[in-house]
Design a protein around this ligand. Structure first.
Ligand code: THU
Length: 139
């Protein structure tokens, strides 16, 4: 966890609330594990996402990548993102435990974000550098 938080204090609460709200739309009929994410762009825009599963299990997509795909489809690119909040847990239960992003989502963060990108979980904040210190890149 890093203690030099970058955003204004109230932004962390706002993003967690947005992630929890997005989680209500999780389509998770196979795992019954509901995740929501709220991705903050540096211009203040917030993109939300939820996990969307499929009967062909491997086609499911995580909440974080849903949010990044929505933003990328609107033209946002590397360097445009400040933070993401993630709220996840058993469907129908409050998301009290931190829901760490999976490896695939960390790699997607690496595609679009730098070391100081903040990942906000239930009660702690990490940076991308904390969560994926040695990461693959082509440049
Ligand atoms: N899931 C996410 O949405 N984000 C993560 O970072 C981890 C896992 C979803 C994928 C699947 O729909 C469900 O949680 C159970 O793995």
């Amino acid at each position: 966890m890093h203690d030099e938080l970058i955003l204004p204090a109230e932004k962390y609460d706002e993003l967690i609330l947005a992630a929890r709200s997005a989680r209500k739309n999780a389509y998770c009929r196979y795992s019954r594990f509901a995740v929501g994410a709220a991705l903050l762009c540096k211009d203040g825009t917030i993109y939300t996402g939820c996990n969307v599963e499929n009967a062909s299990y491997s086609l499911g997509i995580c909440a974080e990548r849903t949010a990044f795909c929505k933003a990328a489809a609107d033209g946002y690119r590397k360097g445009d993102f400040a933070a993401i909040a993630i709220a996840g847990g058993e469907e129908g239960m409050p998301p009290e435990q931190p829901c760490y992003p999976c490896g695939a989502c960390r790699q997607v963060m690496a595609e679009f974000c730098g070391d100081d990108f903040e990942v906000i979980l239930a009660d702690r904040v990490y940076t991308l550098a904390d969560l994926l210190p040695y990461r693959f890149a082509l440049d």
